[in-house]
Design a protein around this ligand. Sequence first.
Ligand code: ADP
Ligand code: MG
Length: 435
Amino acid sequence: MNIGQEVLELLKEEITEIEYKRYIQHLTYDAKKSTNDLAIFYAHNAIVINWIKSKYSEKISHLFEIKNGHKPIVQITLKNRLDKRKKQKVPEVKPANSLLNPSHSFSNFMVGGSNQFAYAAVKSVSENAGNVYNPLFIYGGVGLGKTHLMQAAGNVFQNEGKIVIYTTVEQFLNDFTRSIRNNTMERFREKYRKCDVLLIDDIQFLSNKEGIQEEFFHTFEALKGDGKQIIFTADKHPKKIAGLEARLQSRFEWGLVADIQPPELETKIAIIEKKCEINKVKLSKDIVNYIATVIDSNVREIEGILSKLHAYSQLMHVDIDLSFTKNVLKDQLRENRENIDMDSITQIVAKDLNIKPSEIKSKGRSKNIVYARRISIYICRELTQNTMPQLAQYFGMKDHTAISHTIRKINDLIKEDEDFRLKIEELSNKITASS
Ligand code: ADP
Ligand code: MG
């Protein structure tokens, strides 16, 4: 028995049998890769990982200390069976330089209006490295799938046997400073300039870091000169990243700059369904729809929600139904929204459109006022928990059908008119930020 197994045996004594069977029993310890400072365990099911981490890693680490005097960081990762099979078959694969998440694939990426441009761009780069858009620059808000898409291309390249480096600006910087300290710059340059594909995530963090920008610039030039594919992501358009050398900024735009927008409802639903499939969680259609409407654009929340639902239902021995889901998610999802009321929404919309808040609630029919009223109704519906009749009453409309008519209209406009959609988003963000 290795020390990892011994520790899990000890843990067994401290927790209930049900917990042990459900979460701990299936963990396997990687005796080869683990060290005194890092204990690596594998789990089979992505969904329980967060749960195990939050609940047991401290304990596990402590038990290691009891056993051998060292208190390691406990890492629990998904065991990828496919990956393992491949490695056994072909032991002589080229050294992969980076850790790509194998589930970040194109087939796991749900495409909708919000992300189809970026998707198409990355896909075509993955089919034609170095030749179509080089560099490719993907930008968009948090949790919209930038890293996923970038790694999807990385996975394709890696499967073709190319050497792919995936790194964040932070890692690149750490690597760089370490190389200076240890006098190993040559190796550093070799590594970054001899790869086939370079993926750099969250490039906005280069902002105002002159030393690394210089090194980065030369890396870029070398790779580009050799026709090697480079992909960047950032939270904003390269033009909007402040504190960037002009020559870098211009190079970011050399190839193609593609944006990702927040997903529409249908895309969110498709993403949730996909995540359920991957994580083997069964949710009924009404629950999926409910989750899609209550989460904001940030898709990253979805995985946390699924794992929370799964863990709670297991521990409490209940099925996941809609009321259970609402209960579990209540605190997490509505927290920000509870503070938002209709008065503050109309105030912010009125101010933005240069009219008085009272006019929004008046019977005024002028174009501007009707426009502001419609937008306010839509945002109130999105950001507060008021029902249609409550909205009708607040806005002095005949009944709830007038409200649903307005909401349909706005939805259509959002679909047709990109500027309008951005306007609504901007207002919603202002309102959430001020609450
Ligand atoms: P970003 O890098 O833009 O902050 P990520 O790529 O890390 O976002 O995505 C956050 C999570 O959402 C990941 O689990 C990712 O798989 C998932 N995700 C985002 N967009 C999609 C999509 N269109 N289809 C499937 N999963 C998605
Ligand atoms: Mg990312």
